[in-house]
Design a protein around this ligand. Structure first.
Ligand code: NAP
Length: 522
């Protein structure tokens, strides 16, 4: 069995004790083991801070951009190998594995290209400068400079490639070295990604470290110049962000956590219209893609009462066509859940939800998978529940089942009511609203906006080009208020804010222009 290694202090570290076993979720066969026994986490951080940080800060944005593009290319060149590994360790279908890997290489490349907008500088200008004195000779600017610590990137199990890449792209462009800690259960893909990057020799020494296995006392060693960028469950987030050192040092912490994302069919949408079709396609994809193990997956489906039975029938028919099983079998269209723990949580969570929202499609139980040995594999078929009293469906608005599970919630079709119901989720990553009416969309934005990190407005005008509500495009912010963690990632250059200090600069205009690489008339 393969032993996963960590990449720390400029070399590979292989533990010889304290292992956690990783499994193939389709066969339940062990595929690898991981442990961080013997790693000195203090030394890991020091190495990143003292070697990786200065090396990156010496490069201007254009050079960091080149570095990101080279990272993207190195991973893309090994795409097929990484897809095969993903099938083995995460149980995803080929299409879902590509979604993860192309998300990773695409985001790295996007930030590599975005470096062009920052030019051959090391300091980012933040907004317009302004006259502070009697004349323009005494000038004020705001700039951003990279923190001098290490960015610790802790990720969830569901996106072993995209998860680290989206954080690393922003941190590295900003000028901070990264310490990557993937979820142990699916760390095989991440480990191979980092191995590829180290073999390709595309990043300076100390810029990338990798921790495969438990994080030990890593988080408790962070100080005010470090960053903790976390993606995972709200429970783990709560534990981590309450750590004494993070509170005392005011360490920056960004949290991307649970989310009860909603898809809303507005009252103006006619059955069989293009917008109706877009809604059904998106909702179906957002329940089944990556077996529903996506932070942006749709968990709550709001439809006007008069259409609820039709939507239920159409969705059930599509969900019934899904072939659940071992992705090694070409007929399979949806793989298993990633681990025994995830399967247990999905079964248990669906049982809880079913107490107030009866199951109308699927069983909410483990099933045997096509192409898999009976009784083996963490398979769970798509499951649809329904509650006709959306306002009183307490658990449906509070409990995230991280699998192919969603609840249909009929409502009166008004934008204001839809927004009130969406807000009951306590803050989410994305709310998708399907309507061809600007008035409905405006009401929805005003009322549901404060509870949503992103609002995806599905309409016939964009139907042809839209990738669906579940894609975290690097141009748009990813993150959400409240339950979703209150964090922000991506969103173009906005992502660099987490890794940089904003400094108010006051001085002679000429000197400030020289420092920032800007020019303007006196
Ligand atoms: P998790 O159990 O909270 O684990 C997340 C990460 O935290 C893993 O890498 C885990 O490492 C690590 N971790 C756990 N305890 C730690 C500690 N004491 N110190 C340092 N690190 C620690 O979450 P998960 O099961 O992997 O992911 C599922 C959850 O993530 C879902 O709730 C989902 O909504 C959320 N998610 C959110 C987003 C988003 O962008 N908002 C994206 C994806 C997933 P080990 O694996 O070694 O325990």
């Amino acid at each position: 069995m393969k032993t996963l290694r960590s990449y720390v202090c400029g070399g590979w570290h292989e533990a010889d004790t304290g292992f956690t076993t990783l499994y193939n979720p389709s066969t339940e066969e062990p595929v690898a083991q991981a442990s961080t026994a013997g790693i000195d986490f203090g030394a890991v951080l020091t190495y990143a801070r003292e070697r990786g940080g200065p090396a990156l800060r010496e490069l201007d944005f254009l050079a960091r951009g080149e570095l990101l593009k080279n990272m993207s290319k190195a991973l893309y060149d090994k795409r097929d190998e990484l897809i095969a590994l993903s099938l083995e360790n995460t149980g995803t279908t080929r299409r879902d594995a590509k979604f993860d890997l192309d998300g990773a290489t695409g985001t790295l490349h996007y930030y590599g290209a975005l470096a062009q907008t920052l030019g051959p500088n090391r300091v980012m200008v933040d907004g317009e400068g302004q006259k502070l004195g009697r004349s323009a000779r005494f000038w004020g600017e705001h700039v951003r400079v990279p923190l001098h610590g290490a960015a610790v990137l802790i990720n969830a199990f569901n996106f072993p490639a995209w998860g680290f890449a989206e954080k690393a792209a922003a941190a590295i462009l900003a000028g901070m070295p990264v310490v990557i800690k993937p979820a142990t259960s699916t760390a095989m893909v991440t480990e191979r990604c980092i191995e590829i990057l180290i073999e390709a020799d595309v990043v300076p020494d100390g810029v990338i470290s990798l921790i495969c296995g438990a994080a030990g006392d890593l988080v408790s060693r962070l100080d005010s110049q470090d960053v903790l960028a976390f993606t995972g469950s709200a429970n783990t987030a709560l534990k981590l962000k309450g750590a004494d050192n993070l509170l005392h040092e005011c360490t920056r912490v960004n949290v991307e956590a649970d989310s009860l994302n909603a898809a809303v069919l507005a009252g103006d949408v006619e059955p069989s219209s293009e917008t109706w079709g877009l809604f059904l396609n998106d909702v179906f994809r957002e329940i089944t893609q990556k077996s529903g193990q996506k932070c942006t997956a749709v968990r709550r489906i709001f439809v006007p009462q008069e259409h609820a039975d039709t939507i239920q029938a159409e969705l059930s028919q599509r969900l019934g066509d899904v072939v659940v099983g071992n992705p090694a079998d070409p007929s399979v269209t949806m793989g298993p859940l990633a681990s025994a723990a995830q399967l247990h949580d999905a079964v248990e969570g669906t049982r809880r939800l079913a107490g107030e929202a009866p199951i109308v499609h699927g069983s909410g139980e483990r099933v045997d998978g096509v192409g898999a040995e009976p009784g083996k594999g963490y398979f769970f078929a798509p499951t649809l529940l329904r509650n006709d009293e959306a306002e009183h469906a307490d658990l449906v608005h509070h409990h995230e089942v991280f699998g192919p599970v969603a609840t249909l919630l009929p409502y009166d079709g008004s934008a204001a009511k839809a927004a009130t119901l969406v807000a009951m989720g306590g803050g989410s990553l994305v709310a998708s609203y399907y309507s061809d009416s600007d008035d409905h969309a405006a009401t929805f934005l005003a009322e549901a906006g404060p509870f949503s990190g992103r609002i995806y407005l599905g309409s016939e005008k964009m139907a042809e080009q839209a990738p669906g509500s579940g894609v975290a495009l690097p141009q748009s912010l990813h993150g959400g208020p409240g339950r979703a963690g209150g964090g922000e990632e991506l969103g173009g250059l906005r992502a660099l804010n987490l890794y940089t200090q904003r400094v108010a600069l006051q001085g002679s205009r000429k000197m400030l222009q020289n420092l920032t690489g800007t020019t303007s008339e006196e």
